[in-house]
Ligand binder design. Sequence first.
Ligand SMILES: [Zn+2]
Length: 145
Amino acid sequence: MRHALREARTAFENGEIPVGAVVLDESGDVLGTGHNDRERSADPTGHAEIVAMRAAAASLGTWRLSGCTLVVTLEPCTMCAGASVQARLARVVYGAVDPKAGAVGSLWDVVRDRRLNHRPEVVAGVMADECGALLTEFFARRRVG
Ligand SMILES: [Zn+2]
């Protein structure tokens, strides 16, 4: 999560909503990292999780991220939760909850929907205060600015 937080800070410095993500393999080695880059890339799918999953898939040479763990500072949205199921991730670990758009337990629970044939394990609330504080600071500054 510390690594994901570093990514989130990079997004913050770039004027992007500060969310960071890391994909780890089974032994805990980093396969891919990402931070929100929607503004820079002008890409509606430029969420940290998608960027990190793309990097991990590229480094493995396959879309299948079986056995891998996604670590992200904010609860994934529906798109990212869906992508984590599509990627066959073993585990989704997130920091702050997102009551307004979260799809891993808050508004929806996409990754644990029994109608889907793959359901990643979920670990929520890891370093949630640090992850949330970065977002709070970002939006507070944006209101002032
Ligand atoms: Zn997302």
